[in-house]
Design a protein around this ligand. Structure first.
Ligand SMILES: Nc1ncnc2c1ncn2[C@@H]1O[C@H](COP(=O)(O)OP(=O)(O)OP(=O)(O)O)[C@@H](O)[C@H]1O
Length: 314
C-alpha cells in the first residue's frame, strides 16, 4: 500500500504537557482519513505538525514522501490547509480571495486565471463569486475556504473540523463536496472531526485519538463490526412466549423487553433476520416488524475510552 502521510512516534510537548504522544499514522494515498477525538485530544496539534506549522518535539513524519522537518518547503507545496479559524475577508469577493491565494502560492501567472475559473466551477459559487464574502452563507464560505486550499493543486488537503458550526443541511453538502473532490480530483484528505456521523459517512479509515494517543484505527465499518453488538428489534404478537423461546438460542447474547417489542443483542445481525422470522413462525408467533441496527462510531468511542465524545464539550 502506498501512503501519502506517515508518522513515526511523533510527539509534541507544550512545556511539561504532552499534547501528542507517540503517534503512528499511515494514511493511504487517495483516501479520506479521519482523526477523531474529543476537544483537546491533540488533533489540531497533530495536523499542525504535518502541515509544518508546529515542530515535533520528537519522532518524525512524511507527507507526500517529504520529511516535515527536513523538507518543509516541499511539504508545503504538496498540501492545502483549511483550518478551524475562519480567515476570510468580508470585504473581498470570492474571486478576489482566490486571486490572492493563487499569487501567494506561486501559481504561474499565465495559468492563474484558468485555475481560478476551474476552482470557482468546482466550488459552485455561481454569481456570488463576484460578490462580497459578507453576503455568503456559512456553506458558501466553507466551500470558498476549501477551494482556496486547492488553488495550487495540492496532493493532500488538510481539513480541521470542516463542518464545525454548520447546520445539518450545509454539513451534508460539504460532505458530498469533499467526497467528490477525493474521488474525482485525486486529492487525499486528512480531516479532524469530533462528529462521529461525519467520520462515518466520509472516511475510508479513521484513527481515534484520545489524550494525545491513537487508541485504535481502522475503517469505520470494521471498528463497528469489532464491537459485535448488533441490535435486532422485533415487534411480535406474543412477546412473553417469544422471549422465553428466543432466549434459548445460542446466538442471542442478551434480551430487553419493552411493551410489545423485544430487543436482541447479537453478532452479525444481517445473517439472523430471516432465521428469527422463521423461528417465530415455527412457534406460531406472528412478527409485525423486525429491524436491524448496527452500532455507530459513538459506541466504538465509548468502548475504547469509557465516555462519549460529545460529553467532552463538543
Ligand atoms: N500553544 C499551546 N500551549 C499549551 N497547551 C496547548 C497549546 N496548544 C494546545 N494546547 C493543549 O494541547 C491539548 C491538545 O490541543 P489541540 O488543539 O491539539 O486539541 P484538539 O483535539 O484539536 O481539540 P479541539 O477540537 O478543541 O481543537 C489541549 O489540552 C490544549 O489545551
Amino acid at each position: 500500500m502506498e501512503y501519502i502521510i506517515q508518522t513515526h512516534n511523533i510527539s509534541k510537548k507544550y512545556d511539561d504537557f504532552t499534547a501528542v504522544n507517540g503517534v503512528n499514522l499511515n494514511v493511504p494515498k487517495n483516501s479520506v482519513y479521519g482523526v477523531l477525538g474529543p476537544n483537546g485530544a491533540g488533533k489540531t496539534t497533530l495536523i499542525s505538525m504535518l502541515c509544518t506549522i508546529l515542530h515535533p518535539t520528537s519522532g518524525s513524519a512524511t507527507v507526500n514522501g517529504y520529511d516535515v522537518t527536513k523538507h518543509p518547503k516541499e511539504v508545503r507545496e504538496s498540501i492545502g490547509i483549511v483550518f478551524q479559524s475562519r480567515a476570510l475577508d468580508d470585504m473581498l469577493t470570492g474571486r478576489e480571495h482566490l486571486q490572492m491565494h493563487a499569487s501567494l502560492y506561486g501559481v504561474p501567472k499565465d495559468i492563474r486565471q484558468s485555475r481560478i475559473d476551474e476552482i470557482l466551477d468546482l466550488i459552485a459559487l455561481g454569481k456570488k463569486a463576484d460578490e462580497f464574502v459578507k453576503t455568503y452563507s456559512g456553506g458558501m464560505k466553507r466551500r470558498l475556504e476549501i477551494g482556496r486550499g486547492l488553488i495550487h493543486h495540492p496532493k493532500v488537503l488538510f481539513l480541521d473540523e470542516p463542518t464545525l458550526g454548520l447546520d445539518p443541511q450545509t454539513r451534508e453538502s460539504i460532505w458530498e463536496y469533499i467526497k467528490d473532490l477525493n474521488q474525482n480530483q485525486d486529492v487525499s484528505v486528512l480531516m479532524t472531526t469530533h462528529y462521529m456521523e461525519e467520520a462515518d459517512k466520509l472516511c475510508d479509515e479513521v484513527a481515534i485519538i484520545n489524550q494525545g494517543q491513537i487508541i485504535t484505527s481502522n475503517s469505520p465499518q470494521n471498528l463497528k463490526r469489532e464491537l459485535k453488538a448488533d441490535t435486532i428489534t422485533m415487534h411480535v404478537d406474543n412477546i412473553k412466549k417469544f422471549t422465553e423461546e428466543v432466549e434459548k438460542l445460542d446466538f442471542v447474547r442478551e434480551t430487553f423487553v419493552m411493551d410489545s417489542e423485544i430487543k436482541l443483542m447479537v453478532e452479525r445481525g444481517e445473517n439472523l433476520v430471516a432465521e428469527l422470522v422463521n423461528f417465530a413462525n415455527e412457534h406460531k408467533i406472528f412478527v409485525y416488524s423486525i429491524e436491524l441496527e448496527h452500532p455507530n462510531l459513538e459506541d466504538v468511542f465509548l468502548k475504547y475510552t469509557g465516555r462519549t465524545i460529545q460529553g467532552e464539550g463538543g
